[in-house]
Design a protein around this ligand. Structure first.
Ligand code: GTP
Ligand code: MG
Length: 220
């Protein structure tokens, strides 16, 4: 029997911790259930503490992305566990309910809390996408004005925003893809920065002459 020919392409696997935060009843659990299990329930059962879900994406033929989704209870805003939950996250969704403008008013507090408690290894904020959920229902407040929303996400350092409906399956995949894109981009930047750091370290630990030569060649 002929041996099976295989090509040795390098397979990459990434595991990313993603936070899903926002006010009580905004639809965080519903968003995750729709995304991971293609399921929606109209019954509301408040999350207690934190729940987890795993979504595996075959991103491209050589890349598998595992998303560890942390579904954090809206009531945690009033607790002090968020620092523990946010640790080592590389991306986040902040969810609000388009039918209750109070849930939007709290978005900036969630974002501040997030940025204060978790950063990328390089020190910058982790990418965060704003989800205007329940768009299958009548909207209330700023979310009725697209330009204002665009301005709001820009000013407040979001990577983007989407109107979503966990019920009708609107923009669930799209918003997740946008976040993963941003995370992969950051990952590449970090890798380049790491390589540069390592090279710098290697130079500093060799002779001073080599460092001088490098400085001469450097345009700065
Ligand atoms: P906490 O766990 O308390 O923080 O709430 P949560 O943000 O996880 O909200 P959850 O997903 O439990 O949804 C709250 C209620 O809103 C439930 O009754 C859901 O069925 C409903 N809901 C969630 N998403 C949508 C949506 O896109 N459209 C509509 N019409 N209802 C939704
Ligand atoms: Mg929940």
């Amino acid at each position: 029997m002929q041996p099976i020919m295989t090509t040795s392409t390098e397979k990459r696997e990434h595991l990313y911790k993603i936070l899903v935060i926002g006010e009580l009843g905004a639809g965080k659990t519903s968003f995750i259930k729709r995304y991971v299990h293609q399921f929606f329930s109209a019954n509301y059962r408040a999350t207690i503490g934190v729940d987890f879900a795993l979504k595996v994406l075959h991103w491209d033929p050589n890349t598998i992305v595992r998303l560890q989704l942390w579904d954090i209870a809206g009531q945690e805003r009033f607790g002090n566990m968020t620092r523990v939950y946010y640790k080592e996250a590389v991306g986040a969704f902040i969810v609000f309910d388009v039918t209750r403008s109070g849930t939007f008013d709290a978005v900036s507090k969630w974002k501040e809390d997030l940025d204060a408690k978790v950063q990328l290894p390089g020190g910058g904020p982790i990418p965060c996408i704003l989800l205007a959920n329940k768009c299958d229902q009548e909207k209330q407040g700023i979310v009725t004005n697209i330009e204002k929303m665009d301005e709001y996400v820009k000013v407040n350092g979001f990577s983007g925003w989407f109107e979503t409906s966990a019920k009708e399956n609107v923009n669930i995949e799209e918003s997740a893809r946008a976040l993963v894109n941003q995370i992969l981009l950051n990952d590449k930047l970090i890798t380049v920065a790491d390589i540069m750091d390592n090279e710098k370290f290697a130079l500093e630990s060799t002779s001073g002459q080599q460092i001088t030569t490098m400085k001469k060649n450097c345009s700065c």
